[in-house]
Write a protein that binds this ligand. Structure first.
Ligand code: HEC
Length: 191
């Protein structure tokens, strides 16, 4: 039997063999020996953003950080605090909180929509406390057309909608701030 080193190989086969070994070696060279480091990337295209990442160091900023603190005393759009500074209670809400809308130019149709969506189920179409759920076992709320409600300040009602009272749940997470003020105007129009 012929020994393998005596096997007749033509030059072409030897060249192919050497090229293959070389290619494997070169690919091997691109793989980093440090396991903690990322390997070489082939056509990374848009993997890395040109912009600074939020938490990346940034030589352009005076404090070297990309993410900057908002200037002191500013409020981001849509993040207006719910209440002015100081403690707000059910008792002082009426004097502390002021309705930003005046009755004359308030969008009462928006108020009506809010009422129909969030209040009517309990308080009823006309605020008589006879909403559909009261016919299914929920204790009926009082009428919204009483002297008591008429005498309540807008801020009192706003607070009541926001925080709930008795069997009435709080609505501040469902009903937007402006909508709470508009529905306050709307319930005063119930006849
Ligand atoms: C789940 C039923 C329910 C929903 C929905 C509801 N309420 Fe009420 N509401 C009540 C009940 C019950 C009371 C009486 C609470 C108490 O005094 O114990 C009440 C009380 C009130 C009062 C005070 C009435 C008074 O005489 O003291 C106002 C004003 C009021 N609700 C407005 C609203 C508005 C505006 C909405 C919609 C944003 C709304 N409610 C949604 C059940 C509800």
């Amino acid at each position: 039997m012929a020994k393998w080193w005596k096997t007749d190989m033509n030059t072409k086969t030897i060249i192919y063999f050497i090229l293959t070994v070389l290619a494997i070696y070169l690919v091997g060279q691109t793989i980093s020996s440090d396991r903690g480091e990322p390997n070489s990337e082939f056509i990374p295209e848009m993997v890395h953003s040109i912009a600074y990442d939020a938490f990346a160091p940034n030589p352009n900023a005076s404090d070297g950080k990309t993410l900057q603190f908002p200037p002191i005393g500013t409020i981001a759009i849509g993040f207006m605090p719910e209440y002015p500074d100081g403690e707000l209670t059910r008792e002082n809400a009426g004097t502390v909180l002021k309705n930003p809308f005046i009755m004359d130019n308030a969008d009462l149709s928006r108020g009506a929509d809010v009422y129909a969506t969030f209040c009517q189920t309990c308080h009823g179409l006309n605020g008589d406390g006879d909403g559909p759920v009261t016919k299914r076992g929920v204790p009926p709320p009082p009428s919204l057309k009483t002297d008591k409600v008429r005498k309540m300040k807008d801020g009192d009602i706003y607070y009541l909608i926001s925080h709930g009272i008795g069997n009435m749940p709080p609505y501040r997470s469902q009903v937007k701030r402006n909508d709470r003020w508009l529905v306050t105007h709307f319930i005063r129009t119930l006849k």
